[in-house]
Design a protein around this ligand. Structure first.
Ligand SMILES: Cc1cc2nc3c(=O)[nH]c(=O)nc-3n(C[C@H](O)[C@H](O)[C@H](O)COP(=O)(O)OP(=O)(O)OC[C@H]3O[C@@H](n4cnc5c(N)ncnc54)[C@H](O)[C@@H]3O)c2cc1C
Length: 415
């Protein structure tokens, strides 16, 4: 395929965030190029879990029936500290169901949707540099085409950076990830299971290591409905209290504990691990004509590590801003803060507490004994409080967020 030389909107990174942004800008009639370093379909280390909020975004994109054709779950089975609770998705302003689709398939489908919407999609091209004008606006992005193939430059009027956790292009533009704020380390694998059609996703909130030590994280089992489950473990850490955990051996151990209950096959397929920036703990999210979205902007829930819904949402918000022609440098950090500032501030404060030694062993059993508290926790952990919600949980969450953000040395998305 001949590579394009110029475009209005250039989106770098074709995960959920970038593909959603490209679909929406193309649908709005903007000339759009969506570029990714990898060749699709490609894998991405992930639990593959789709919260009701992610389902709402996939519905908006026209992918609701497609996702529901995979698997549908009705809520969370939370286990730990001698308790097991079944917590249905609350419904309300969001769908009352979630799903789980392997990322190889999901990301390929959203990218294809961007293409069908009119975006030009190119893959196997790695963004390695930018050209800027005197005012700091990006005028072009330079792509490495692979071994012995040289480079190719695409000029653009606006740039959306959706290049994930490490955001190499974001770094060139000045993005900084603050690891003194809580972040995650997590691993996932696929395993055969007789319970692949279980209608609940499961979280084991009392995650223990081989020496029975309590760890600041959780294990998950997300049934995929295709003969396998996604099994993984995740832990929280800060620069001060790094997670002293080896993710892959821990995942094997966790699988051994769940093997009988879930009738698991002998092998963990494709075990991989990754870090997760969380709760808007990055600065430099926008410039004169560019913005960071999804993981690049640390839009990941600090309480459970999910970020597909934020990726899809920030893709849509970014497209709306590009269509409106408002000032990107001023408006983008403000838009992220309006939508996520309060929730991220309180969520990352609570997540930080989980890393404090002995706190989890005291608070965990108390929390798990209360269905009301855990129903509240599911709602806020699952990012299921929308801007429109006015009920008691939503009001408490926003109130706590307002108090929390006042105490932040560095509020989400700020310098
Ligand atoms: C172990 C683990 C489990 C998780 N489980 C869940 C879960 O169950 N549910 C959930 O909602 N979230 C989960 N997450 C988080 C979720 O995976 C991310 O939040 C989500 O993928 C963010 O999407 P994105 O589009 O921002 O980035 P990505 O999906 O990472 O996409 C970034 C894209 O950018 C491309 N790219 C990178 N650099 C360049 C470059 N220089 N040039 C061109 N392209 C480039 C990459 O190839 C990639 O395709 C999990 C994360 C981890 C690590």
């Amino acid at each position: 395929m001949r590579l394009p030389d110029a475009t209005d909107v250039l989106v770098v990174g074709a995960g959920p965030a970038g593909s959603a942004a490209a679909a929406w800008t193309a649908r709005a009639g903007l000339d759009t190029v969506l570029a990714d370093a990898q060749v699709f379909p490609r894998d991405k280390t992930c639990g593959d879990g789709l919260t009701p909020r992610a389902i709402a975004e996939l519905d908006r994109l026209g992918l609701g029936d497609w996702v529901r054709g995979h698997t549908v779950n009705c809520g969370l089975r939370a286990a730990g500290f001698g308790q097991e609770l079944l917590l249905p998705w609350p419904g309300g302003s969001l769908p009352d169901h979630g799903s789980a689709v392997p990322r190889t398939e999901l990301d390929d489908k959203i990218r294809a949707t961007a293409q069908e919407s009119g975006a030009t999609c190119i893959d196997g091209v790695r963004a390695v540099d930018v050209e800027r004008d005197a005012a700091g606006a990006v005028t072009a992005v330079v792509f490495d085409l692979g071994k012995d193939k040289g480079t190719h430059t695409i000029t653009c009027k606006r740039l959306v950076v959706a290049d994930g956790v490490r955001s190499p292009l974001g770094r060139i533009l000045g993005r900084e990830w603050h690891r003194d704020t809580v972040y995650g380390v997590a691993g996932r694998s696929y395993v055969k299971s007789a319970r692949t059609d279980d209608p609940w996703i499961s979280s084991h909130l009392e995650l223990r290591g081989e020496h029975n030590e309590l760890l600041p994280g959780y294990g998950w089992i997300f049934p995929l409905g295709d003969g396998e489950i996604n099994l993984g473990v995740g832990a929280l850490a800060t620069a001060k209290r790094p997670a002293k955990i080896q993710i892959r051996p821990l995942m094997e151990y966790y699988a051994s504990l769940q093997r009988d209950d879930w009738e698991l096959g002998p092998d963990l397929r494709l075990p991989t691990s990754a870090m997760l920036p969380m709760g808007g703990a990055v600065s430099g999210v926008a410039g004169p004509n560019w913005m960071l979205i999804g993981d690049a902007a640390a839009c990941v829930n600090p309480l459970n590590g999910e970020g597909i819904d934020y990726g899809l949402e920030t893709g849509r918000f970014a497209a709306d801003l590009l269509v409106s022609n408002e000032n990107i440098e001023q408006r983008w950090p403000a838009i992220l803060t309006e939508h996520y500032g309060l929730a991220f501030s309180i969520a990352r404060r609570l997540a930080g507490l989980i890393t404090v030694p002995n706190l989890l062993s005291t608070a965990g059993p108390i929390g798990m004994r209360s269905h009301v508290l855990m129903t509240f926790a599911l709602r806020v952990m699952g990012n299921l409080v929308t801007d429109e919600d006015r009920d008691v949980t939503a009001r408490i969450w926003r109130w706590a967020g307002k108090r929390s953000i006042q105490l932040d040395d560095r509020p989400p998305f700020s310098a």
